[in-house]
Design a protein around this ligand. Structure first.
Ligand SMILES: NC(=O)c1ccc[n+]([C@@H]2O[C@H](COP(=O)([O-])OP(=O)(O)OC[C@H]3O[C@@H](n4cnc5c(N)ncnc54)[C@H](O)[C@@H]3O)[C@@H](O)[C@H]2O)c1
Length: 327
């Protein structure tokens, strides 16, 4: 059984990936500093190290003890909005932290990695669909901190012989369909969990930031990818980097290829939960692109992966089931 080091594995997406790793016959080992993760999100038989990716000593101990065959690197600060005010923290954790991890991998002869990148690397491309051939133009320090890691990985592949794959996630949402894991960010800033809090009466309605975008209903459009599909994509990506003979770096979009507007999500959340909440219109926020929709063709061609959940109602229904069970 292959050992897989999962940094940030106690987080939202990481905890779902660990479920899929175990189901797929892998042995996950989680390194997380619990700045945003939850120990109870992980099965009791998963080794969990409470440590920081910037801590060389902690990394050496993990690599010496578990000899991971590959790494899924998710540990990061994730809020693009916060990065506009506090860029130093984002470059420190996301970029410098990734380098400390990559150099621990080199010291311990582990050179296969799947990296959590983001659609934010495209910035405001102004196109209907985003594909991987587009130039990288991140706008926030968050997006830049991830784009820098992609650049570093490309060099580590060509010069140090790494097998590296960056998955550019679009908007992760939903919860494990069996209810074993879900989204618990604190503070929560993602649209669907916030709308579900409003549906549950835990917040006074929802605000839509910008209703004058060049989209059919004037609100921003995003590609919502079910976290279960995202986890499956990581298993496919892991098989890809483990099976590779020649060193390589590549970037692949993980999205559905369909978009849903903020207004639609507000309505669907009310329809799925059967609960009404107030929705008010506000001015645009800085840096929100009108549309971010993946062209997912490369994921299908390279990984044989496509999204199974293409109806946002399923995503919302699974998130609501998890929310009501754990509220
Ligand atoms: N959620 C999304 O829609 C989305 C979209 C694109 C990319 N991503 C990327 O996916 C990854 C996971 O996102 P998520 O939504 O699960 O976030 P999350 O905050 O739930 O998970 C991140 C985990 O990393 C841990 N962590 C943070 N800094 C650390 C450090 N220095 N050392 C060790 N652990 C650390 C946190 O405690 C947390 O458990 C991130 O890299 C994020 O940038 C997420």
């Amino acid at each position: 059984m292959k050992n897989i080091l999962v940094t940030g594995g106690a987080g939202y997406i990481g905890s779902h990936i660990c479920l899929h790793l175990q189901a797929g016959g892998f042995h996950p080992i989680v390194l997380d500093n619990f700045s945003n993760g939850h120990r109870d999100a992980l099965a009791a038989d998963i080794p969990v190290i409470d440590g920081d990716i910037r801590d060389q000593t902690a990394l050496d101990l993990v690599f010496e003890r578990y000899h991971p065959d590959a790494v899924i690197h998710m540990a990061a600060l994730i809020e693009a909005g916060v990065s506009m005010r506090e860029p130093a923290r984002f470059y420190d954790v996301n970029t410098h932290g990734s380098m400390v991890l990559l150099d621990a991998m080199r010291r311990h002869d582990c050179n296969r990695i799947v990296f959590s990148s983001t659609a934010a690397v495209y910035g405001n491309a102004g196109l209907e669909y985003l594909d991987e051939t587009l130039p990288i133009r991140p706008e926030s320090p968050y997006g830049k901190s991830k784009a820098m890691v992609e650049t570093i990985l490309a060099d580590y592949a060509s010069i140090y012989g790494f097998h590296a794959l960056a998955l550019r996630y679009f908007n992760a949402a939903g919860a494990d369909p069996a209810g074993r894991a879900g989204e618990r960010h604190d503070p929560e800033t993602h649209l669907i969990p916030l709308a579900l809090q409003a549906a549950a009466g835990l917040r006074d309605g929802m605000k839509i930031f910008g209703t004058d975008y060049d989209t059919p209903d004037g609100t921003c459009i995003r590609d919502y990818i079910h976290v279960d599909d995202l986890a499956n994509a990581h298993i496919a990506a892991l098989h890809h980097v483990i099976g590779q003979t020649d060193p390589n770096f590549d970037s692949i979009n993980i999205g559905t290829g369909d978009g849903c507007s903020v207004k639609d999500i507000m309505q669907l959340c009310q329809d799925v939960t059967g609960r009404k909440f107030a929705v008010t219109n506000e001015d645009r926020r800085d840096g929100d692109p009108a549309r971010l929709i993946a062209n997912p063709a490369k994921a299908k061609a390279v990984l044989g992966w496509t999204a199974k959940y293409t109806d946002p109602r399923d995503i919302i229904a699974h998130a609501w089931a998890y929310f009501t069970k754990n509220d």
